[in-house]
Design a protein around this ligand. Structure first.
Ligand code: HEC
Length: 139
């Protein structure tokens, strides 16, 4: 077999796994689908749903804001004139909310006893998956 043919076959194989060329707005690559699934697992492992509602995760927590549509809301939060955090994107805002929730208290929660604990123990890889999954939550 020629080298070119080998390379072509290898590409075809990798694409059949990751779905190259099919990843449009509504279809996820296999790698993204794995990341999404892992994100949901981390959400469960860390018990985020004790305080948050996320229909997809089957949770109904009421101590914190809803996570249904959080990707859309995160976008709005960073444009709030009272926002003092460092995030420039919705994904960064979600990441910051997990690692350093005190950077910005969601309006309505500033003066309550319900504060979010900082999750500093989640690995970067797991946090990436969690942020990926939540960022895709759109209204
Ligand atoms: C003990 C309850 C509690 C737990 C557990 C908890 N949170 Fe929160 N979370 C809150 C509260 C209360 C707020 C709102 C106050 C604030 O901004 O800190 C919040 C805010 C947030 C926000 C910002 C929401 C918005 O509308 O802007 C995100 C994102 C978030 N949490 C993600 C998570 C994730 C992911 C986990 C799991 C790793 C988690 N939370 C676990 C209580 C909790």
């Amino acid at each position: 077999m020629t080298r070119v043919r080998q390379a072509l076959l290898a590409t075809t194989f990798v694409c059949s796994l990751s779905g190259c060329g099919r990843a449009g707005a509504d279809s996820m690559s296999a790698a993204e689908a794995r990341m999404e699934a892992r994100g949901l697992e981390v959400y469960e492992e860390q018990h985020c749903g004790t305080c948050h509602t996320l229909k997809r995760a089957g949770t109904a927590g009421v101590f914190g804001p809803d996570h249904d549509g959080i990707g859309t809301r995160a976008e709005a939060r960073i444009h709030d004139p009272n926002y003092r955090g460092k995030a420039k994107t919705a994904a960064d805002y979600i990441r910051e909310s997990v690692r350093d929730p005190a950077a910005y208290r969601v309006p309505g929660y500033e003066h309550t006893h319900f504060t979010m604990p900082a999750f500093t123990n989640i690995s970067d890889e797991d946090l990436n998956a969690l942020v990926f999954m939540l960022s895709r939550e759109r209204d």
